[in-house]
Design a protein around this ligand. Structure first.
Ligand SMILES: [Fe+2]
Length: 357
């Protein structure tokens, strides 16, 4: 037996390796053909700017129910919109999940969403909470309410958003910055209800009533009311519910010092905004994306929204979290949420001119 030289050995091994590699490729090819015959493993790719624990439960529940894998990339809204725009046709994203109709409208305006039709979504999501052409759908709702210090204010002292500009609240009002989309959408709704001139006069009055320059988020405003830094504040419902249900006794006590006013009950109703999603323009898995949206309107998913994040279900007949339900039924502004988006630029200008930091 003659041993091969090292060089020949290397060659031989190289040849063997190549053979192995080819065999593997051939096997892969066969496997691929097999897979093409069987249904391909499905997936849906989500870009999300919601950072709620509830969402992980929703993704897991969908995967379990459908076998469709959910891949999520989290980021800030404007970054995700920019990313979608930059990726264009090569984007792996199927869905953009975002908070506030104003932001979904921005995505639509940037051309990164496509209109979709779904009988399920059109039947289950109220018209006010979805974009009329199907560019996005609201999946949970939140009201922007007035809260007050129960020791200093009577719930009958104010009834409308318009009252926040009343000089009697001078130095007593707490509200976050105009850079916040929730406030931009609220002002957008006031532009729709009262016209731009009245909305601007209102914003000026509001700024004069500030107890301090805007700082922090909604929870900070609630805590400041409890601490006596101001007497009234504006907050989304779920923040107060979160504090009321807090495992931290001190936080709970703060939340219990404040009362809730659902504004404009005698006229258009309280400003309600949504958290929702739209199918991206170049979605590679459009059917799976619609399936996921439809899943989010099932009783199971709507309950997760309600229980885990204290949001209002958008689908009829699903109860809110008991902490939220305890505030009672209220009248909601029926204005289509897309209008907040359309009025966003004007709302920003109005707040800017009014000196709302
Ligand atoms: Fe929020």
């Amino acid at each position: 037996m003659v041993f091969p030289t090292r060089r020949a050995f290397t060659k031989l091994v190289g040849g063997m390796m190549m053979g192995t590699a080819l065999l593997t490729l051939a096997a892969c090819g066969e496997k691929k053909e097999e897979q093409a015959a069987a249904p391909a493993p499905q997936e849906v790719n989500i870009y999300s700017s919601r950072h709620y624990d509830a969402d992980k439960l929703l993704f897991a529940a969908f995967e379990e129910k459908t076998g469709i894998l959910v891949n999520v990339i989290e980021g800030k809204d404007d970054e995700l919109i920019e990313r979608l725009r930059a990726e264009g046709q090569n984007s792996p994203a199927d869905l953009l999940l975002a908070v506030d109709a104003g932001r979904l409208w921005r995505a639509q305006d940037a051309g990164v969403l496509q209109p979709v039709r779904s009988d399920v979504l059109e039947k289950k999501v109220p018209a006010a909470y979805r974009e009329p052409e199907g560019h996005w759908f609201g999946l949970s709702a939140r009201a922007r309410i007035i809260i007050y210090n129960k020791e200093k204010v009577q719930p009958t002292d104010l009834a409308r958003y318009e009252d926040l500009a009343d000089p009697k609240w001078q130095g007593r009002l707490l509200i976050r910055s105009s850079t916040n989309i929730y406030n931009q959408s609220l002002v957008g709704s006031i532009v729709a209800a009262d016209g731009p001139e009245q909305a601007e006069a209102w914003a000026q009055g509001v700024v004069k009533n500030f107890a301090r320059p805007p700082q922090g988020g909604d929870i900070d405003q609630i805590k400041a009311v409890a601490a006596g830094e101001g007497d009234i504040a504006v907050s989304n419902t779920y923040y107060l519910a979160r504090l009321l249900n807090s495992s931290n006794d001190a936080e709970k006590a703060e939340a219990e010092k404040v009362g809730v006013i659902f504004p404009n009950q005698g006229d258009r109703g309280a400003h309600v905004n949504i958290s929702g999603a739209g199918v991206t323009k170049h979605a590679p898995h459009k059917d799976a994306a619609i399936k996921f949206l439809e899943f989010l309107t099932t009783a199971e998913a709507q309950q997760i929204f309600a229980e885990a994040n204290y949001e209002f279900p958008v689908v009829d007949g699903i109860p809110a979290h008991p902490v939220v339900a305890a505030w009672g039924d209220f009248k909601r502004d029926s204005l289509n949420a897309a209008v907040y988006g359309r009025n966003n630029a004007e709302a920003l200008k109005i707040m800017d001119r009014a000196g709302w930091k």
